[in-house]
Design a protein around this ligand. Structure first.
Ligand code: B12
Ligand code: SF4
Length: 443
């Protein structure tokens, strides 16, 4: 129990456990979330903030901070809970937030003093003032009225071994309804877009910190074409490079693609999910047409934008043959950075509800909900077959031959040799991870 509060807060981004229940540790962390630098910025100035990115550094359980704020993302929530328990034992005030605890707040509350459900912007001051007055509530939740916040405190992470880009957010939430997705589950089609001046303010900050690249966070940047065009035109003036994710449908729009490419976009990631229409339909993603994927991807590549993809296996239309065929799809389409997960019913999502109703959850051990083990009974194979097919797919996609074809022998290699050498290195790194049965999710 804390008697005298020292107004020091340690924010932690936990690292997930691997399938051997060992912490995944890296020397360098390329992809950074925005949550912790943002929370630090929202914290009143009379508090002292520090950030621990557990993937690249150890949690200091002996910290003198009295308040510990821990984020939670996907299966890393298991580690979130372990860290929370340890700090509770040591008498600290523990606050949990982030996607995963927002989807299971009652469970999360068992391990901490309070849970912030969803966005923190409009409740964070109350959380801290309640802590100071000794009147902390179990849950804090307030729907955003407008997405606006101060400059993220990147100064707290600049001394760490991070990559050469920082995150900037344009929008939050998503208007779509994909059944497996936590964004839909939490935001229920709400989608907030920041003012362009605010987004540009943050990008300029990143540039002033000496970065030439940024990661644009937005789950549906193309849903407002006019906004996107305005934003990209402003970005172009800064002469920076950027990467982001968006719908593959951008491949239909040559004018927009040209603007995107000219504004410095080098890589776009696409949640293609599956090459089976039946699978896409079952995930409420019927608006995507896999027969169109190759044409759209080719057009995007033609504009000088490199392709990264996220796909899942184990949906209703997937068969062992379609999973095998996915490897060929990746090679044919020259995807430079492909990633796969086993479709996982994350508690709280529509897909979880469906699988529960149909009695198709075959593994309730939350450690296994890491996207690399089948925890539901798929329609066209056994869970064991799905897990095996998943790793075989990864092995097929990351053979040396496929890696070389997708990177060094890529037709655009001589246009951007350094980028392609970088992709080659990323692929070799992923290959080494896959050999150790670690799914490539953090680079
Ligand atoms: C960048 C990103 C990553 C990066 C960086 C991750 C990191 N550890 O920082 C990388 C690529 C490494 C990554 C990996 C993974 N990710 Co990710 N990632 C994102 C992404 C695109 C943006 C996150 C972000 O910065 N958002 C902006 C910030 C400001 O919003 P926020 O994080 O929601 O934070 C707000 C609130 O949630 C809250 N909050 C957050 N943390 C805390 C903590 C406290 C104490 C408090 C009070 C409040 C609070 O306050 C913030 C301000 O309001 C989101 C998609 C999205 N729409 O957000 C997916 C997303 C969060 N990721 C997701 C997943 C599943 C993963 C993986 C598990 C994938 C996998 N299967 O391996 C891994 C897990 C890695 C890990 N370390 O845990 C899911 C989360 C699902 C869930 N139920 O948790 C999302 C929503 C994608 C999706 N559509 O499904 N990810
Ligand atoms: S998967 Fe992507 S498009 Fe579908 S609801 Fe989630 S964020 Fe939106």
């Amino acid at each position: 129990m804390v008697f005298y509060l020292n107004k020091k807060i340690l924010f932690i981004q936990p690292t997930p456990y691997d399938s051997n229940r060992k912490l995944i540790k890296k020397k360098k962390l390329y992809f950074l979330g925005l949550a912790l630098p943002l929370l630090a910025a929202l914290t009143p100035e009379d508090w002292e903030c520090s950030i621990c990115l557990e993937t690249i550094e150890d949690v200091d359980f002996d910290t003198d901070a009295d308040v510990i704020g821990i984020s939670s993302m996907g299966h890393a929530v298991v580690r979130t809970i372990d860290i929370a328990k340890e700090f509770k034992k040591r008498g600290k005030i523990v606050i949990l937030g982030g996607y995963m605890v927002s989807l299971m707040p009652e469970e999360a509350k068992k391990y901490c003093d309070c849970v912030v459900i969803g966005d923190a912007e409009e409740v964070w001051h109350s959380v801290l003032s309640d802590i100071v007055s000794g009147d902390i509530k179990p849950f804090y939740e307030k729907t955003l009225t407008k997405l606006t916040y101060p400059l993220p405190r990147f100064d707290l992470i600049l001394n760490k071994n991070i990559g050469d880009f920082l995150p900037v957010q344009a929008g939050r939430g998503c208007p779509n309804v994909c059944s497996f997705c936590s964004v839909y589950c939490l935001y229920k089609t709400k989608y907030y877009r920041r003012d362009i001046e605010d987004v540009m303010r943050d990008i300029k900050q990143i540039k002033s910190l000496g970065f030439k690249k940024f990661l644009l966070l937005d789950d549906n940047i193309l849903s407002d074409r006019e906004y996107s065009i305005k934003l990209f035109s402003e970005i172009k003036k800064l002469n920076m490079q950027w990467l982001s994710q968006c719908s593959v449908k951008i491949g239909e729009d040559d004018e927009l693609l040209k603007i995107v490419a000219e504004s410095g976009c080098v890589t776009l990631s696409f949640g293609l999910e599956s090459i089976s229409q039946e699978s896409l339909n079952s995930m409420q993603k019927a608006w995507a047409d896999p027969l169109e994927y190759s044409r759209l991807l080719k057009n995007i590549r033609k504009h000088g934008i490199d392709l990264s993809t996220e796909m899942v296996v184990g949906a209703e239309g997937d068969t062992l043959e379609s999973i095998r065929a996915t490897a060929k799809f990746i090679e044919d389409n020259k995807i430079v950075v492909p990633r796969f997960y086993i479709l996982t019913p994350i508690p709280g999502t529509e897909f979880f509800k469906q699988m529960e109703e149909q009695n198709r959850i075959c593994n309730k051990d939350i450690y296994s909900y890491n996207g690399t083990e089948a925890v539901h009974i798929p329609k066209n194979m056994t869970p064991e077959q799905l897990t095996r097919a998943y790793w075989e797919l990864y092995n097929d996609v990351f053979t040396i031959k496929s890696i070389v074809n997708r990177t060094l022998f890529h037709s655009d290699f001589f246009k951007r040799p350094f980028m392609y050498l970088f992709y080659f290195a990323v692929n070799l790194y992923y290959r080494s991870q896959i050999k150790r049965k670690i799914t490539p999710n953090i680079i």
